[in-house]
Design a protein around this ligand. Structure first.
Ligand code: B12
Ligand code: SF4
Length: 549
């Protein structure tokens, strides 16, 4: 921002609401997807208020986090009770609808309070968004430097002239790190987001990080010192938001070694990795992590070379398969592999082939995503050629393409939902083996998904016991499998989960079938132990939350 953007003028509109000694001048707020997710972006802004704003600005700033399930009017009540002069709001795809209502109410009640927006959802296409129209200022891109500067100007003048401000992107060494802003409550109850690098050198067109051009690393000594301080304060759940953790090997080695040196029964670390590059030095460290301590999110997205090329995703599929196989078989890491349905030119058949290939590699979870058109992403260049129709409402999900009609897209939406419920829940390990083989796992699950929808007309609110009965009905009556075999698997799954209800199909002789097959029970126990090693429900929630991005 140059000086020419300012008018020398003060805004005294807040006179009717005089600030008291306790009122913060600035409130930084956001609506998280769930309480367990702590906002790293806002903590960066807070940490840089003095450095890039002016001395004392941080002490005049308070952080307030809400969740999207809260009513906007209550959020507004909490914000107004603080009587700030500036409210900065972090806007993301998951909160833009709710936050638009928050801003609308704020502007009705206290038009004098300056509302500043920032975050990925308002960094592009600002002109078409209601929330941007309602706000006083929008900072696009990084906010660490520009938000403090803007606040200084809003509080002390000269008044900023520009509504849309392109966020400055300084070298990372110029930023104060935010980790001391995680509170004791954050450490105890929430997933701690940390960032050893920003940006991504790849160009996958559906992804916002494709606009970054490169990845920038934080100075490692300083970063590790912050991790050490967090660990000493009791932090045990770390999620790295680095887009490509495993690219800079020296860097990744040091981070993995850091956690290995501090291994504890409750330590949990999550990384996102690119699948086709796994250096031997990394493997040598990965194998040393005990079960339950390490989780990898491996982006596969598509195994279709034509589609990969079309969306500018560079990926060596053979190397990817080899690395995935290694991770699953040789390490104890929990592996989540991501696939996206609905990419331009993908057909049901080509996707099914990719799904089956991935399923054969046996990652612990397949995260089944449906393509979304994120604001700013270059995937829009295919809109016309592939007749890509997206839902205009968040999260901008693909509705149909030239190769997938709407009806098929709906079927696959349900498949994704049921897959989450049945496969990724980890509650049906043995029954899944019956359901997904022989032949195409995708084909079998799609047939089950279609049947489940026709039978129940529901995609949500299934009791666990009801699912057991439904699986029993499908496997015996639709697939024609022997009742004893199905009961054995379902009994072992049900008992292994620790649930103590009484599904109808098992009620004749609960436990009897499992006793007939101790091998199945042992296998289930081993699987449960390896896949989860959940020390508590909280641990399970942390693992699930970490994998949700
Ligand atoms: C953590 C995370 C989540 C968490 C939610 C966290 C929360 N607080 O509730 C979970 C796991 C739930 C999640 C889910 C999803 N996510 Co997500 N997620 C992330 C992730 C990995 C990290 C965010 C982060 O902390 N970044 C680091 C900080 C430093 O960067 P930042 O948040 O962008 O903040 C900077 C600026 O944006 C700006 N800024 C931020 N706030 C403010 C406020 C003001 C006032 C100002 C001025 C500036 C400003 O300044 C900050 C510092 O420079 C990002 C990817 C990434 N690495 O960023 C994706 C990302 C945010 N997610 C994305 C998407 C698409 C999704 C999903 C739709 C994915 C899906 N399932 O299909 C879902 C939606 C969930 C839902 N319920 O609908 C997109 C966002 C697109 C968008 N327009 O918002 C991202 C960018 C991934 C990507 N590369 O495409 N996600
Ligand atoms: S999908 Fe992953 S590799 Fe591709 S641009 Fe996004 S962050 Fe980078």
């Amino acid at each position: 921002m140059g000086k020419s953007f300012y008018l020398v003028e003060f805004d005294n509109a807040a006179m009717d609401f005089p600030q008291t000694a306790d009122s913060p001048a600035i409130v930084l707020a956001t609506l998280n997807a769930k309480y367990i997710h702590a906002s790293l972006g806002l903590r960066y802004l807070l940490a840089n208020m003095d450095l890039h704003g002016c001395a004392g600005l941080r002490a005049r700033t308070q952080l307030r986090e809400f969740v999207i399930q809260q009513r906007p009017v209550q959020i507004v009540e909490s914000l107004l009770a603080l009587n700030p002069r500036v409210i900065g709001l972090g806007i993301y795809i998951w909160n833009v609808v709710e936050t638009t209502q928050v801003v609308r109410l704020l502007k009705i009640l206290r038009p004098d309070i300056k509302v500043v927006l920032g975050g990925p959802e308002v960094s592009f296409e600002t002109e078409s968004q209601e929330i941007c129209r309602l706000a006083d200022h929008v900072v696009t891109g990084w906010g660490d430097v520009s938000f403090p500067k803007l606040c200084r100007a809003l509080l002390d003048g000269p008044r900023p002239l520009m509504k849309i401000i392109q966020g400055e992107q300084p070298p990372l060494e110029a930023l104060a790190l935010p980790y001391t802003d995680y509170t004791a409550e954050d450490l105890a109850k929430r997933l701690l987001y940390v960032e050893a690098s920003r940006g991504c050198p790849f160009k996958c067109e559906f992804c916002l990080s494709s606009l970054d051009k490169t990845a920038w690393a934080f100075e490692l000594d300083g970063f590790m010192a912050e991790m050490d301080a967090l660990y000493r304060r009791g932090a045990r759940n770390f999620k790295f938001v680095d887009r490509t953790f495993n690219l800079k090997v020296d860097f990744s080695v040091r981070i993995l070694q850091f956690f290995l040196d501090r291994m504890a029964p409750d330590l949990f670390v999550h990384f996102e990795v690119v699948p086709d590059s796994l250096h031997e030095r990394l493997k040598a460290l990965i194998v040393q992590f005990p079960a339950g301590s390490l989780q990898f999110e491996v982006g596969i997205q598509s195994f279709n070379p034509e589609v990969q090329q079309r969306i500018s995703r560079r990926q060596d599929n053979d190397k990817t398969a080899e690395n995935l196989r290694w991770l699953v078989n040789e390490s104890q890491a929990h592996v989540h592999a991501d696939l996206i349905f609905g990419l331009p030119g993908e057909t049901l058949e080509s996707f099914a082939a990719g799904f089956d290939r991935l399923h054969d590699l046996a990652p612990h979870e397949i995260q089944f995503g449906i393509l979304k058109r994120l604001r700013g992403t270059p995937i829009t260049r295919h809109t016309v050629d592939f007749a890509m129709a997206y839902d205009p409402q968040t999260p901008y999900t693909i509705l149909q393409t030239s190769t997938i009609d709407f009806t098929t897209m709906q079927r696959i939406q349900r498949f994704a939902r049921y897959w989450e419920m049945i496969a990724n829940s980890g509650r049906f390990a043995l029954a899944l083996q019956l359901l997904l083989s022989p032949g195409s796992a995708f084909g079998h699950f799609l047939a089950f998904s279609d049947w489940l929808w026709q039978t129940t007309g529901k995609t949500h609110e299934f009791a666990y016991e009801k699912l057991v009965d439904l699986l029993y009905a499908h496997l015996t009556s639709m697939r024609g499998l022997a009742q004893g075999e199905v009961l054995t698997a379902l009994t072992a799954d049900y008992q292994g989960s620790g649930a103590r209800g009484r599904p109808q199909c098992l009620s004749t002789a609960p436990g009897a079938a499992a006793k007939e097959n101790p091998q199945a029970v042992a296998q289930e126990n081993r699987r449960a132990e390896r896949q989860f090693r959940h020390l508590s429900q909280h641990r399970e929630a942390i693992q699930k939350a970490a994998a949700a991005a």
